[in-house]
Design a protein. Structure first.
Length: 251
């Protein structure tokens, strides 16, 4: 699918440059390429330190509208890629409903340590909180919420830690840390995952998880809007080891 025609995207001359690319803009929504390391909001950790967060930059994304846009879904701080913003309350209501109804498709790229036996598959593992006081830390729990992820192996290679695989992931549900826990519990944790893998807290390769694309059927009489984000620089070496090339979109 191709994105419909949209207005020319440019940064207003009186605004400082944005710290991330603007991938798509129309009257209802924006899609930005969120960099890894940028929190979406000022949570407990960000409040204790003076660090930039996405909400610091929302005024620059108004583009003439009276209200700031809002994020229509979540991306973890260390996950890069496509993040959808609703430009006004009606847009947010429609986007939120489409997310609840499962109408918005999200595709992720990940580099995992190990080598999945099957080229394609479905990970079907319920997830629950690992501890009551740490709601973001998840584990496989038969009594938890149903959670499903489709995967496809895009390429295989070898890195400093051993075998690597480049995966395309499609979350069919939207649990916290779902992709990271599903991959780790399948025997192939994500490269750079310091929580569910073996990456060091400092000096590691960075989490190798990227929100590659979103497809949004926002307009009834137009094709779905399909937006892609290029892989971030910190993932390129591992992607190349698995057969990726800059002009390559599929193996």
């Amino acid at each position: 699918m191709t994105a419909p025609d949209r207005p020319e995207i440019s940064q207003p001359r009186d605004e400082p440059p944005l710290p991330f690319p603007l991938l798509y803009r129309d009257a209802m929504m924006l899609v930005i390429d969120k960099p890894a390391g940028l929190p979406s909001h000022r949570g407990p950790q960000a409040k204790r330190r003076i660090i930039p967060v996405l909400t610091d930059h929302l005024d620059a994304l108004r583009f003439g509208l009276p209200r700031r846009p809002e994020a229509a879904h979540r991306l973890d701080k260390d996950t890069s890629g496509c993040l959808i913003l609703g430009r006004h309350p009606r847009a947010m209501a429609e986007l939120n409903q489409m997310f609840r109804d499962g109408k918005i498709d999200k595709t992720y790229w990940a580099i995992v340590q190990g080598s999945p036996e099957s080229h394609v598959g479905l990970i079907d593992l319920a997830l629950g909180k690992r501890a009551p006081d740490r709601g973001w830390w998840m584990k496989v729990d038969p009594d938890g919420l149903p959670s499903q992820t489709r995967y496809r192996v895009m390429g295989r290679g070898t890195g400093e830690t051993g075998p690597l695989a480049w995966l395309e992931l499609e979350p069919l549900t939207g649990r916290t840390h779902q992709l990271r826990v599903h991959c780790a519990s399948s025997g192939w944790p994500m490269l750079g995952d310091e929580i569910y893998g073996d990456a060091p807290r400092e000096g590691g390769p960075g989490l190798q998880l990227h929100a590659r694309a979103v497809t949004v059927p926002l307009y009834r009489k137009k094709p779905p809007i399909h937006v892609e984000a290029p892989p971030p620089a910190h993932m390129e070496a591992a992607l190349r080891a698995c057969g990726w090339a800059p002009a390559l979109t599929s193996p």
